[in-house]
Write a protein that binds this ligand. Structure first.
Ligand code: GDP
Ligand code: MN
Length: 397
C-alpha cells in the first residue's frame, strides 16, 4: 500500500527520524493557516508547497514550489490544489491534486551549502536481507544515477540476526563524505530510519533527498513509503492512511469482492485461477499476438457468482476484444466451473459482447467441454494451451 509523502513522514517522525516539518492543507485558506502555524514554531517565513499525490517527480511537474510570504502561500496552494499534475511518473492526463503539504523551508542559507543525498531501505530478494541503498547524488532521478554513475550508488546489507550494526551506520556516513556534527547526525538518522522500516513493516522507504542543512542537521525532505499489506493487521492506525482516490477504481472494486485484479493496457481479458497460471496465460496471449488487458486470479472458488463478478470487472475495460478463461480444475471441478461460466453468461443478459474462449483442464474436463459446447453461447472451448492460443489469435484477427 502506497502512502502520501505527509503520511510517510508521520511514520518516520514517530520513530525519531528527523523530517522537514509540515502540515497538510486541502484549500488555500488551510494552507495559509498552516504556514502561520509553522512560522510560529520554526521562525521561518519561507515555505514549500508540495502536491500530495502518489507519484514522484512532482518538482519537475510544477507540484513543488517555494513561497516566500503568506500571499505566495495562498496563491501557490490555490494553484496547485485542483490541478491535474503531470510528472514523469504519471499518465499524460496526470493526477488530480486534492491536498498539499505546507512545509518549512529547510534550504535556508547558512555557513555552508545544503547538500542532498539519496537513501532507500528495501528487501534484497536475491539475498533475502534488507538493505540500505544510498548515494551522494540526491535530489535527482536515481535511475539516471544508476545509468550514468553507478559507482556513486552504495549498498549496505543488514544481517537479520544482528540488525543494523554501529559500524555500518558509520560506513554510510563516511561514504557520503560527512564529518563532525553531520557525521554523527547521519548515523543517528540511518539508525532511526532502519528501525522505522522494520517496525512499520514497510516494503520500501525511499528518501530523496535526505538533506544536510547548512547547520549540519540531517533530515528527510521527501518520503516515499510503501507498506506491506500482509502486515497491515498489525498496524490498525496505518489502515486508514489508504487513499483510494489514488488507486485504480476497478482494482479497488476487485479487492472489495476478494478478487486479485491488476489492470493492464492490452485487449484480451484473462480469467484464471492461481497466480502462476495467470502469468503463463499472459505469456500465451502475447505469443498469440494479443496483449493481456488484465491479470485476474479468481482463486479457488470459480462458481457462477464469482465468474460473474470477474466478467463485470473485465468488461469495464473498453479495450477488451476477447476473454480467455484458463482454469485448472484441481480442487475445483471443471464441470462446476463450466456451469458457472454458462450461468454467469446467461445472468448477464447481453452484457457480454466479446467472444470467450474457455480452457478447462483437470478433473472432469471432458464433461466441462461438453457443457460449454452445448450451451449455445458465443463461448469456444479448448483443451490444450496451444489450442486456446490459436483460438484467441483467430478471434482477434
Ligand atoms: P519530488 O519531485 O516528487 O521527488 O518531490 P521532493 O519532495 O523531492 O521535492 C522536489 C525538490 O524540491 C527537492 O529535490 C528540492 O530540491 C526542492 N525542495 C524541497 N523542499 C525544499 C525546501 O524546503 N526549500 C527549497 N528551496 N527547496 C525545496
Ligand atoms: Mn523526491
Amino acid at each position: 500500500m502506497n502512502l502520501h509523502e505527509y503520511q510517510g513522514k508521520e511514520i518516520l517522525s514517530s520513530f525519531g527520524v528527523r523530517i522537514q516539518r509540515g502540515i497538510v492543507a486541502h484549500n488555500a485558506k488551510e494552507a495559509v493557516d498552516a504556514a502561520k502555524q509553522l512560522t510560529s514554531e520554526t521562525g521561518t517565513e519561507w515555505h514549500v508547497i508540495k502536491a500530495q499525490v502518489h507519484a514522484g517527480g512532482r518538482g519537475k511537474g510544477g507540484g513543488v514550489k517555494l513561497a516566500k510570504n503568506i500571499q505566495e502561500v495562498e496563491d501557490i496552494a490555490g494553484q496547485i490544489i485542483g490541478m491535474d499534475l503531470v510528472t514523469p511518473q504519471t499518465s499524460a492526463e496526470g493526477k488530480r491534486v486534492h491536498q498539499v503539504l505546507v512545509a518549512e523551508d529547510v534550504y535556508y542559507p547558512g555557513e555552508s551549502e545544503p547538500d542532498e543525498y539519496y537513501m532507500s531501505v528495501l528487501l534484497n530478494r536475491a539475498t533475502g536481507r534488507n538493505m540500505i541503498m544510498y548515494s551522494t547524488e540526491g535530489g535527482m532521478d536515481i535511475e539516471t544515477v544508476a545509468e550514468e554513475t553507478p559507482h556513486l550508488i552504495y549498498t549496505e546489507e543488514v544481517d537479520p540476526s544482528t540488525g543494523l550494526l554501529p559500524f555500518q551506520a558509520r560506513r554510510i556516513a563516511f561514504n557520503l563524505g560527512l564529518s563532525g556534527t553531520a557525521f554523527k547526525e547521519m548515523t543517528k538518522f540511518v539508525n532511526a530510519l532502519y528501525t522505522a522500516y522494520v517496525k512499520s513493516d514497510s516494503s520500501l522507504f525511499e528518501i530523496n533527498p535526505v538533506l544536510k542543512t547548512s547547520d549540519s542537521k540531517i533530515m528527510a525532505v521527501d518520503a516515499k513509503v510503501t507498506l506491506d499489506e500482509n502486515a497491515l493487521y498489525r498496524h490498525k492506525d496505518y489502515v486508514e492512511m489508504r487513499d483510494i482516490r489514488e488507486e485504480n477504481p476497478v482494482e479497488v472494486e476487485a479487492k472489495a469482492v476478494g478478487l486479485n485484479y491488476v489492470d493492464l493496457d492490452g485487449n484480451v481479458g484473462c480469467m484464471v485461477n492461481g497466480a502462476g497460471l495467470a502469468m503463463a496465460t499472459m505469456d500465451l496471449i502475447k505469443q498469440a499476438g494479443g496483449e493481456p488487458a488484465n491479470f485476474l486470479d479468481v482463486g479457488g472458488t470459480a462458481d457462477a457468482k464469482r465468474v460473474e463478478e470477474a466478467f463485470r470487472l473485465i468488461l469495464k475495460d473498453d479495450n477488451v476484444k476477447a476473454i480467455l478463461i484458463n482454469i485448472f480444475g484441481g480442487i475445483v471441478r471443471c464441470d462446476r466451473v463450466a456451469q458457472g461460466v454458462v450461468d454467469a453468461y446467461k445472468n448477464m443478459g447481453d452484457a457480454i459482447k466479446v467472444p470467450i474462449i474457455v480452457r478447462l483442464q483437470g478433473t472432469n474436463a471432458d464433461i466441462a467441454k461438453e457443457l460449454i459446447d452445448n450451451s449455445g453461447l458465443d463461448v469456444q472451448s479448448a483443451v490444450l494451451f496451444q489450442e486456446a492460443a490459436d483460438k484467441v489469435q483467430a478471434v482477434l484477427a
